[in-house]
Ligand binder design. Structure first.
Ligand SMILES: C[S@@+](CC[C@H](N)C(=O)[O-])C[C@H]1O[C@@H](n2cnc3c(N)ncnc32)[C@H](O)[C@@H]1O
Length: 203
């Protein structure tokens, strides 16, 4: 992701009222379901979802301050149901301290080299981490332009006994409610089709 350099990005992110260090039972003022997006980028998806679904609480997780700052610039108010965490998903079990209901993985980095497999957000390592975040049913929603990552994710989720509720090689042709991400807007303008799945598992 190419970005203009922002001075003091870390300081701005650390002090922003929408940014929290951890999700705990004081984060939101209600017990509404919680959805997270991992790799939230410049925030278009999560900001729009929070507006569209006020009875769901949203957390956008992004590794880099220099990227997250773009999302923060887009929020002119402090929505009650939206917060961000600037951290690596590798440590997700350390900073998500209460149970969640949905995970969104939108245009995650594909990490095509075999030696980087563990970095893919649908690797067995990550699926094991996610499992600890839920208490009865795990729901994972994934969108990607990358066919390799999509095929890999289907196999990985299948190996972990997930059931596929929706599976599409062309999301925009389906009647599935959809909020666009920044990457999705770009790919869509280039006529690149979007792969989509919704997988769940009872635990
Ligand atoms: C290709 S961009 C997609 C951004 C956005 N989701 C979209 O669809 O437009 C992937 C984003 O995931 C972030 N990311 C990658 N690995 C991550 C990780 N391990 N933890 C948190 N964020 C990560 C990247 O910094 C980047 O902003």
């Amino acid at each position: 992701m190419r970005l203009r350099k922002v001075k003091n990005a870390k300081e701005i992110v650390d002090n922003h009222p929408l940014v929290i260090k951890e999700l705990n039972n004081k984060t939101f003022i209600n017990n509404n379901p919680i959805s997270i997006e991992i790799g939230t980028g410049k925030g278009d998806f999560i900001i729009e979802m929070a507006k569209k679904y006020p009875h769901i609480n949203f957390i956008g997780i992004e590794k880099y301050e220099s990227v997250l700052i773009r999302a923060l610039e887009k929020t002119d108010e402090i929505p009650l149901n939206l917060r961000f965490i600037c951290n690596d998903a590798r440590f997700i079990n350390d900073y998500l301290k209460i149970k969640i209901n949905n995970i969104y993985l939108n245009f995650s980095d594909p990490w095509p080299k075999k030696r980087h497999e563990k970095r893919r957000l649908t690797s067995q390592d990550f699926l094991e981490k996610y499992e600890k975040l839920f208490d009865h049913e795990i729901n994972i929603y994934l969108k990607t332009d990358n066919k390799g990552l999509f095929a890999y994710s289907i196999i990985s989720l299948n190996n972990s006994n997930y059931i596929f509720k929706d599976l599409s090689l062309n999301l925009h042709q389906e009647k599935i409610p959809n909020v666009f991400t920044e990457y999705e807007k770009k790919f869509s303008s280039l006529d690149i089709t979007i792969n989509y799945l919704h997988a769940f598992k009872k635990i």
